[in-house]
Design a protein. Structure first.
Length: 341
C-alpha cells in the first residue's frame, strides 16, 4: 500500500475525526498500524506515509526484493503456510546471496499486506466488493459531499478537425445529492486524464453564467477505475485540494447509475434532434456539426436539465443544490487550480 492509499484511509481520521478504532474495524487495517501512520503523518506530513520498507526483528532493513518475493507468494492462491513461505524465502535469499529473514520477519511482511489486496487476490472480485469497495462510500446527504465523474461516447457523428466524420465523447461531473451537472467537456479521441481534469476544473470554479451556480470543491470524487481516472496527476491534485477519490472496482461500475441515466437523457432527448445522430439500425448519417457547435448544444441542454423539475427529487437539480443557501469550499484563486489543465 503506497502513501496515497494510506492517506485515503487516514484522512478519515485527520479530517473527519473518525476514531481510529472505527477505521480499523471498517477497513481491516489494524488500529496499531493506523496509529503508526498517524504518528508518521504528524511528524513528516504526507511524505511520512510513503515508506514501503519494513523492519525485521533485529531492526535491520529487509531487502526490497525479499519483501516483494514474500508478498508475491502470500498473494498466490492457494496461499502457502507461513512455514512454507519462510522456507521458500530462505532458499531464494540464499540463492541471491542476501541475508535470510527470520520467521518473525516473514510473518510481519504477510501481516502488513493490505487486507483489501489480500481479499482480491485470494478470494476474488466478489468477496472484495462485498468487504471493501463500499466501505468508504456514503450516500450523499448534502451538496458537494460526493461528486461523480464519467465518460460516454456520444451517439452522433460530427465533422472532425480533419474534415472527416468523427464520433465525440462527453465527460461530466455530477453532484450526487442534487443531480446537477457541475462541469463537463466535449472532445474527440480517447478519454484521458486531461479531459477529466478539464471537466473537474470547470466544475470547481465559479461560472460566468449566474444561473449555473454549482461550484466548489467536493469532499469525495467517485470515479471509474480507468487509466485516466487513476493517473498520478489526478491523485496528487486531489490530495492538494483535499478531495477523497474513490474508484470503482474493475468491471464493477457501482454507484454511477445516476450519471449513466443522465447520459441516456442526453442521447435520447438532445442528440436525436441534432444532425448526424446515430440511431438504432440507422444508416451512417452525414455529419454537419463541428465540435464547438456540439459543445454549445450540450451546454444549452445542461442549463435546461439543471433547471427543470427532477421526478425523483420533486424539484430542479439547481434548487436542490442551492437548498437554503450555503457556502461551498472554493479555491482562493484560479492559480490554485493550475494543476488541473
Amino acid at each position: 500500500m503506497d502513501g496515497e492509499e494510506r492517506w485515503r484511509i487516514l484522512r478519515l481520521h485527520v479530517e473527519d475525526q473518525i476514531p481510529l478504532a472505527t477505521l480499523a474495524r471498517d477497513t481491516g487495517v489494524s488500529e496499531r498500524t493506523l496509529q503508526r501512520w498517524h504518528q508518521r503523518y504528524r511528524r513528516d506530513g504526507f511524505n511520512g506515509l510513503d515508506d514501503h520498507q519494513r523492519s525485521d526483528a533485529g531492526s535491520r532493513r529487509t531487502a526490497a526484493e525479499t519483501v516483494a518475493f514474500v508478498e508475491r507468494l502470500a498473494l498466490t492462491r492457494p496461499r502457502p503456510s507461513l512455514a512454507t513461505l519462510h522456507r521458500l524465502t530462505v532458499t531464494e535469499t540464499t540463492r541471491r546471496g542476501n541475508p535470510a529473514p527470520s520467521y518473525a520477519t516473514v510473518r510481519e511482511i504477510v501481516r502488513c499486506l493490505d487486507p483489501a489486496l489480500v481479499t482480491l487476490a485470494l478470494e476474488g472480485p466478489a468477496s472484495y466488493r462485498d468487504r471493501h469497495e463500499l466501505v468508504l462510500r456514503r450516500r450523499a446527504d448534502r451538496p458537494n459531499q460526493i461528486w461523480q465523474s464519467d465518460h460516454t461516447e456520444l451517439d452522433i457523428l460530427i465533422v472532425g478537425s480533419d474534415g472527416k466524420p468523427d464520433r465525440p465523447w462527453l465527460t461530466t461531473v455530477m453532484d450526487d445529492y442534487s443531480r446537477t451537472i457541475c462541469g463537463y467537456t466535449v472532445f474527440t479521441g480517447a478519454p484521458s486524464a486531461m479531459n477529466t481534469a478539464l471537466a473537474l476544473r470547470q466544475a470547481i470554479w465559479r461560472k460566468a453564467d449566474p444561473a449555473w451556480a454549482m461550484c466548489g470543491i467536493p469532499d469525495i470524487l467517485h470515479v471509474d477505475h480507468g487509466s485516466d481516472f487513476t493517473s498520478q496527476h489526478l491523485e496528487r491534485t486531489a490530495i492538494a485540494l483535499h478531495i477523497r477519490i474513490i474508484h470503482s472496482i474493475v468491471g464493477r461500475p457501482q454507484g454511477r447509475g445516476k450519471i449513466e441515466r443522465f447520459f441516456g437523457t442526453i442521447n435520447t432527448e438532445l442528440l436525436t434532434t441534432l444532425p448526424g445522430h446515430l440511431g438504432p439500425g440507422s444508416r451512417t448519417p452525414t455529419p454537419s456539426m463541428d465540435l464547438p457547435a456540439l459543445d454549445r448544444a450540450i451546454g444549452a441542454f445542461i442549463a435546461v436539465y439543471n433547471d427543470r423539475r427532477h421526478s425523483e427529487l420533486g424539484m430542479s437539480p439547481r434548487d436542490a443544490w442551492v437548498a437554503d443557501g450555503w457556502l461551498p469550499r472554493i479555491p482562493d484563486s484560479l492559480e490554485h487550480l493550475d494543476t488541473l489543465p
